[in-house]
Every structure is written in C-alpha cells, then in structure tokens.
Ligand binder design. Sequence first.
Ligand code: ADP
Length: 606
Amino acid sequence: MAPGQGPDVLWSRSVRHPRAAMSASRPLRLIFASLLVLAGLALSVYWAGHHARQRALLVEAEAAHEQLGLYASSLRTLLERYRSLPAVLALDPDIRQALAGPVDSERQQALNLKLQQVNAAARTSTLELLDRDGLAVAASNWDLPTSYVGHNYAFRPYFRQTLAQGTGRFYAVGVTSGIPGYFLSNAVRDGAGRFLGAMVVKLEFPDLERQWSQTPDRVLVSDAKGIVFLANHDGWRYRELQPLDTFARLELAETRQYDRQPLSPLRHRTLEPLGDGSQLVRVSTEQGETDFLWQSITLAEDGWTLHLLRDAKDIQSNVMSARLAAAGTWLALVFLFLWLQQRRRIERLRQRSREELEQLVEQRTAALRTAQDGLVQAAKLAALGQMSAALAHEINQPLTAQRMHLASVRLLLDAGRADEARTALARVDELLERMAALTGHLKTFARKTPGGLRERIELGHVLDQALQLLAVRIRADQVEVSQTLSVPAWVLGDAIRLEQVLVNLLRNALDALAGIEHPHIAIHLRREDGDWCLDIADNGPGIAAEHLASVFDPFFTTKPVGEGLGLGLAVSYGIVHELGGRLEAANRPEGGALFRLVLPAASEEP
Ligand code: ADP
C-alpha cells in the first residue's frame, strides 16, 4: 500500500545500520564476556578455596589442640600415679636392711619374691633394686630369661641422677629385655642418710599406645633430643625429628638409651606455620608424601614433647567441595544473569514489534478511513445522480411558476395595478427562497465531510432534511408518509452523513413501493432506554428471506444494472457503526420491510 511504504523503508534503514555496526564488534564482545566469566570463575574458586582452607585449618587446629591436651593429661596422670612408688619402696625396712650388708642368696630370693608381689599388685612392668655400685641385687623378673638380677646399670642416667640428687627418671630401651620403658628411681638410704643403692620402677606403655592407636591421627612422644620413642602407629617409633649432633650421639651411645634400636630421621618440612604451635607439614616416607596438620605440646618435667599429626586430606577435600560449590554458584549466577539479559532482550524486541504493529495499524486505519470516506462520498454522489432527474424537476417547477408570475406582474404593471404586482412579486420571492434553500441544501449534502465528526444534532431535523430532498419523488409516486416522532431527539454525530443514511433508507423504501397500491411509509422515532430508535417501515414486498443476511454487504443489490450499486446500505451501516449505533433490517409480519436505526442519546443540554 502506497501510504505505508514510505515509513516502512525509513524504518528498515534506521534499524539495519546499527545492527551491522553491532555485528562487527560482536566477536570481540563475546571474547571479552567469556574472559570475564572465566576470570570470575577462577577468582571465586580461589577465594572459596582459600576461605574454606583457612576455616578448616582453624577448626582442625582447635580440635587437634583439644585432643592433644587430653593425650597429654592421660600421659601425665599415668606417670604421676607411679612417681612416688620408688620412694615408698625405698623406705621399706627389708630393702634398706638388705642393702646395708652383703646380700646372700636366701635374702636375695626373699627380695625377689617381694618385688615380684609388689610389681604384680602395683601393675608396674618391673621393679629392681640396685646396690650402691649400680648392680641389680634383686628384681621382680628374677625368674625370666630377661632377668635384671646380676646386671650392672651404673651407666644408666637414672642411677647417676639418683646417686647425685636422690631421684632419677629416664626413658630407655631395656638393655637386657629390649623392651622400652620409663625408669623411675629413688635412693635407698640408711638411718644416717648414707646412699645404699637405688629402688627402680620400670613402666611400659603398651596400654597407652593401644589406646591412642584407635585414632586415625598420629600421636608421638619425643624426648629432649627430638627422638620419637612412643607412637601409636608402627614405623613412627625411633625416628629423629631433627638431626642429632655428635655430642648427642655420644651421649646416646654412653647411656645406651635406645640400645640396639636403629634410629632413622623422619624427613619432613614445614609448608606453612599456622600460629599457636601448629603448622602444616609435609612428611616424606617410603610410601610417599603426606601433608599433616602438626601440633606439639611440651611436657615440661621430662623434657618430652607430645605431637599430634592430623592428615590434611580432610581439609583438602573440604577445600575441594568449597571450590566446587563456589564454581557452581558462580556459574548459576552467570546463567541467571544471561537468562535475565535474554528475557530483557526478548521483552525489548516484543515491545519494539508491538510499537511497529501499532504504528502499522494506525497507518492502515488512516488509509482505511480515507478509503471509507471516498466510498461514502461515491455512494452519496451516486445517490445524488440517481435523484438528479427529480431534483431538476424540483428546481424546474418553481422556475416555471416564477416565469408565469413574472408574466402576470408585467401585465399588472402595464395595467397600472402596482399593488397587485407587488403581491405577485412577493410570491416570486418566496419561490426563489425555496429554490435557494434547496440548492443550498444540495451543496451541503454533496460536500465531502471527513469521518469522525461529532456534533450535537437533532434527529427529527435531519429526517426533515432527508424528506425534503426526496419530496418531489414522494409526491410523484403518491406515497403516503406518516410520522410518529417524539422530538427533540438529540444525538452525537455528523448531520450530513446521518442525512445520507436516512436518504438511503427512504429511497430504498420508495424503490420497494414502486407499483404497490396505496404505497405507505411509516416513520416512528422514540426513546428506548439510553438510545434513540428510528423505524422506517414500508408496505412493499419486503426482503426475501435468503437476502436478509446480505443486504448490508457491499455491492449487494437486487436492482437492475444502472439503478442499484449495492453500496447504500453498506455505507449506511458503516456510518451508523462509527457513531456507536446499530442498523438492522427485518420484515414486518403484516408485510413490507422495516429498517431500524439505533443511536445513543446525547444529553438534552447543549
Ligand atoms: P441498492 O439500493 O443500490 O441496491 P442498497 O445497499 O441500498 O443498494 O440495497 C441493497 C438491497 O437491499 C437492495 O437491492 C434490495 O434488494 C434490498 N432492500 C433495501 N431496502 C429494501 C426495502 N425497503 N424493501 C425491500 N428490499 C430492500
């Protein structure tokens, strides 16, 4: 359609340009967005991992610290329980007496039995009695192949400590039994306080180690030199936590502390100190490398250190799941963003096409209106054309009358009857006025009016105008027109177009009445609720039942070519519809057609 084409072309041009420019930068933008997403992913994974690791380390370190405290106190309690035992035994008169002089075999046997009994009752590992030279004169394990009796232990530090300061303690592997244990000793003195020998208690820790072995953690106890001598897992005992210097090695050889046990270094390095005594440590063994959260606590009295090593695998898996969660969350956010973006884009597209559609509808509506206006005008002119003979007659008749009047005026003037001539002239005037009114009305009726006009008009008056246009024909056809009107009937609309509708209806009725005896048109205007209802009924043949549904169709006509265009009712229907009214066709029960025009009533007040 021609009016739409201009804007269409304009529109497509204005849109195609930015889109072409956009497509050039599109790959760049895509790369940039992908990089951004990847950077965000890396950042969130790193951040979540770091955060989770710090948290897990903190939590694990706290738990390990607590655990370590428990282990330390259980070890201390165990040692404390036996610490006073050698002192108490050293006061035993039998023992003091025995060491006062040479020990014969009978006395030795009695002592052996006694120590054996006490050992069983106190649930210690071994009890032994050393004389002032460090020779074991009696022992609770006298009847075992590993018996201490007859061996000299003067080289053991605990004997030397006892000799020097009255008490001694020392952890060592038994040189006779090969079983490690903690030796606690107390000096045995006579009444004058002279050193007679030493009472020694040996404690072993299999129960403790068994108890500790139930935890997956490594629990180790190292001595002042950094040698692990207690461990809840095999392979961790007799390991050097730090390299020994020559002095320490000499001392070990002299005291035979770990006797025949081979010592091997525990290779480890700190990955990260974590504060409050804990650190992240990587331990290398034959099986490979393992990371541990390593915590230590010093047991001050014996120069021992208790260690707890917790596998960092759990922390690592925590970190892993935190990273996965972060990656998932980040990707979910990205997808949510993309989804929202997409939705917005679609919404924008929808909005644009809606606007375009509205614009198009507006254009088409305007075009349609123009076409409709043209059609209305064409139909009107067609009607006028068809009425032209009658109209010419309508104009011709007063002209003939006037010519006659003027002739009589001339005669009257010749006869000097001026007064009568004036009266005749007044009649000519009247006729001229009638003609002027008719031609004026015709001019108005033929004028092209744009659709959509809304003025306050009176339906009765419009009906008068329409009847006036058709007066000649009505008179010529000798049609009786009866009117029942309740006026004024104010409606909103376009007077000329409404008149066109009424002219159409009346002309159709006149056409239908051709050849009918006593032709009659009944017009009835009344108020019905909020509407004005105008009926135009005739006593013609009516409308054939099969045509009732089509009379308002454009170009539907039953009239011969040249007489009917089939536009009158179609155009009328459009006009009434545009004014918010209805136009209906029906047949009257008594015969003839009935056309009903219904229009919304306007207010009585202007
Ligand atoms: P046209 O008058 O040019 O035929 P219209 O649209 O005015 O076109 O009328 C369409 C047809 O409706 C007419 O040809 C006629 O068959 C029918 N019609 C209209 N008014 C009447 C009527 N009062 N009585 C019978 N038929 C009618």
